[in-house]
Design a protein around this ligand. Structure first.
Ligand code: FES
Ligand code: FE2
Length: 419
């Protein structure tokens, strides 16, 4: 349980709020780079700020304020040039740094260096990594952008899936340190949604939560397992501060504002042994709908089920009314670490998991029970022996609505299906 004041502190992310100040100190993934091939300009809202993300004709990404400094026109209707983005109203143009680099009428009739004074647009740095676009909204100097080891894996089919959940980011992220929900929200609910009464999945018998440099780890023993299981010896990672790492995929819960969250996930599936080299030219990105035609939340896929959990807690979960028990020890640890990080920022120190050393950022290893499969691969015939690999070949079960052409590209990469 939290007091109303503490709940307020942890959930509000707008400019000038303590939590907004903390989260702005981390690079956040905000889009798939391939989304900008067809349409190079897009409005985005991040931590309560209205911005425009674009790719200019020179291939540079930029993230600028929504309104033009001239007379406030909407930059999401701007168009990109060789360098930067041009406002469609009177043609003023801005580089990715935010610098105003053209004022066509003034430049023609009244050229003066002074004319551009005070006309720069708000701008934030953007980087591309692993097919994702990452933004940094915090104070300079920006920390290193961590290159997590899975981003360096080869011979895999990768895809990026986005969805928007109409609720606060923190309840989404608390789901990253919640092992027991797998049993009920994914395993057993799926059984029931498929019309079967059972059998229900193995119960959780034992949990352990640990802290490490890059976040929190949870470990579990379920019926039919013992402490030699990877689920107990390795565990899974709530990646600091807004991520979740599950071995073959990452999920991030990016605050759009206090009441909306962008779920952005990055998936990797190693091609079967013998199908190397596999080189993917571009990482596809797609938007997954969260509601059906009746307006009900979609329940058929894993992250859609999570979204039912998140959204069901209310727009901003009222943590004065909850009853935490032993399954929720990790949730308490997560909240404490956020409060510790808020104190660090207030003291002028870096919060946890910030990397300043470029060498340390180059390959950030995370606990992962799937590394062997993802790096070395296994023969197609042996995928059946591993439940996670088997399920990935059968269909994309994480998000509803995978476009057919992406499924076909996946099947071609894996050497399955009628291709
Ligand atoms: S309002 Fe943008 S150029 Fe005039
Ligand atoms: Fe889940």
């Amino acid at each position: 349980m939290l007091t109303a004041a503490n709940n307020e502190t942890l959930t509000r992310v707008g400019p000038g709020t303590p939590m907004g100040g903390l989260l702005r100190r981390y690079w956040m993934p905000i889009a798939g780079a391939s989304e900008f091939d067809a349409n190079p300009v897009r409005p985005v809202r991040l931590c309560g700020e209205d911005l425009v993300l674009y790719k200019d004709l020179g291939g540079r990404y930029g993230l600028v304020g929504r309104h033009c400094p001239h007379r406030r026109a909407d930059m999401s209707y701007g168009y990109v040039e060789d360098e930067g983005i041009r406002c469609s109203y009177h043609g003023w143009t801005y580089a990715a740094s935010g610098r105003c680099i053209a004022q066509p009428y003034e430049d023609t009739t009244n050229p003066s260096a002074r004319s551009r004074h005070g006309c720069d647009i708000l701008a934030y740095p953007v980087r591309e990594l692993a097919g994702l676009l990452w933004a940094y909204l915090g104070p300079a100097p920006a920390p290193e952008l961590p290159i997590y080891e899975p981003f360096t894996w080869e011979n895999g089919f990768r895809e990026i899936v986005l969805a928007e959940a109409p609720c606060n980011w923190l309840q989404c992220q608390e789901n990253s340190i919640d092992p027991v929900h797998f049993e009920w929200m994914h395993d057993n609910w799926t059984t029931r949604l498929q019309g079967q009464r059972g059998p229900y999945a193995p119960r959780h018998l034992k949990l352990k939560f640990e802290e490490f440099d890059h976040g929190l780890i949870y470990k579990r023993v379920r019926e039919g397992m013992d402490e030699t299981s990877d689920y107990w010896t390795v565990g899974r990672v709530a990646l600091w501060p807004i991520g979740f790492f599950l071995g073959m995929h990452f999920e991030w819960r990016v605050p759009i504002d206090d009441v909306n969250t962008l779920s952005i996930a990055w998936f990797f599936m190693r091609v079967p042994k013998g199908r190397e080299p596999y080189v993917q030219d571009s990482i596809p990105a797609w938007m997954s709908p969260i509601r059906d035609a009746q307006g009900r939340l979609i329940t058929s896929h894993v992250i859609n089920q999570d979204i039912v959990g998140w959204v069901g807690q209310g727009t901003i979960a009222d943590r004065t009314k909850e009853n935490l028990r032993s399954s929720d020890v990790g949730v308490g640890m997560m909240r404490k670490r956020f409060f510790d990080d808020l104190a660090a920022v207030a003291d002028g120190r870096d919060p946890s998991a910030i990397i300043r050393d470029p060498a340390a950022a180059r390959r950030v290893r995370l606990p992962n029970m799937m590394t062997g499969y993802c790096v070395d691969g296994v023969a197609l015939a042996d995928h059946d022996k591993h439940p996670l690999l088997k399920a990935r070949l059968q269909g994309f079960r994480h998000h509803y609505g995978q476009p057919e052409h992406i499924r076909r590209a996946f099947e071609r990469a894996m050497g399955i299906g009628a291709h």
